[in-house]
Design a protein around this ligand. Sequence first.
Ligand SMILES: Nc1ncnc2c1ncn2[C@@H]1O[C@H](COP(=O)(O)OP(=O)(O)OP(=O)(O)O)[C@@H](O)[C@H]1O
Ligand SMILES: [Mg+2]
Length: 419
Amino acid sequence: MPRPCGIDFGTSNSSVGVARGGRATLLPLQDGASSVPTALFFSFEDDTTTFGREAMDRYRMGEGGRLLRSIKTLLGTSLFEEMTQVRSRRYHFSEIVSSFLAFLRTTGEACESAPLEDVVLGRPVFFVDDDETADRTAQQQLEAAAHAAGFRSISFQLEPIAAALDYEQTVAKEEIALVADIGGGTSDFSLVRVGPLLKGKADRRGDILGANGVRVGGTDFDRQLSTATLMPFLGRNSRLKTKGLETPAWYYSDLGTWHRINSLYERKVVTEIRGLLRDSAEPEKIERLLSVLDLRKGHELLGRVEQAKIALSGETETRIDLADVVAGLQLPVARTELETAISAGLQRIEARVAALLVDAGLAASDVGTVFITGGSSGIPAVRTAITRGVPEARVIAGDAFGSVATGLALDAARRYGGT
Ligand SMILES: Nc1ncnc2c1ncn2[C@@H]1O[C@H](COP(=O)(O)OP(=O)(O)OP(=O)(O)O)[C@@H](O)[C@H]1O
Ligand SMILES: [Mg+2]
């Protein structure tokens, strides 16, 4: 019997949930883990494509090949229409997204010993900020990719509504919840009336009091932290001798953006940077940048910055090991530096929560609970930004990497009929 499922196709991580007997279960996709990296690895050694944890493992072991991450970010952008070269083959990005969704489907089917044909896919409130056409295109591209991946019936649910359905499983009395899902690519919010007697209702539209979102997420925080701490060692803001110019800023923003790093390895770009050496007032920094590009270390360095960011959720100070870039350097990074680097994103999060309340015509005191989920909700300053506008509400942290897929599975059972 085919089983309805919910798929949280995340910028950083993905999960698949199914609902059985009214309860949602997340499928243990790889090594028992239900949340797997949204990553593909094209091996140049054995010519295979691997996904999720296996992709990250092969990449980390230093196998020759090409790693792709953050593919969700391309939906709705002009880049999605482009091809990417992997060795002798050119791939369309739609093919890449559908192969990842097919991996989730077939792996989920093996876990569940049942076909997964009917799916509710999560989507952010806005794939693309302030551009309705691009946003609609993004959903259509994702839907087409899901069809190509073998799904038969495909519907969509907003990620923060799905998270609200997960939270509702535990509520004892009716209340209004503010749900905040702060992920790798987007921050999404909803205001939902939840309650033990409401969750069985077939039509919940009247209980959704508002939804809002903004394209701010953990991958931005990685780039911003990298720009502030690591990039100055590689020549960011370093002066050129002539014309009073600085090294071009885009090298550094691309080096801090997962899906742009590869473009810096192109011969044309490397030649251009090499050309700056003579004109640079600090050529040793440009040499370091060239050596990072030469050794193809871009993803690895950004991964170290991400780890430092995550460590700063639990500690007020950490270190980034840069000994291989600058002899002996263990770069200290303080939580306050992270907070400064991501402050614009924090302000946008706070403003979106405030706008959500205003649009819904609600006062802060109407909100009983703030339910937070998504990996980036681990950052204390992010939590503060979410809750500042609703200081009296209690704060409950959900399963950071599972709430959305759990809610999508519950929604799938309701839409397609679950057992
Ligand atoms: N403890 C932590 N503190 C801060 N950030 C964290 C922590 N754990 C994970 N992250 C970050 O959370 C992000 C991933 O979160 P999550 O898996 O919820 O995103 P996603 O669902 O893939 O993305 P999106 O929903 O935006 O498409 C990454 O940027 C990761 O670095
Ligand atoms: Mg998410």
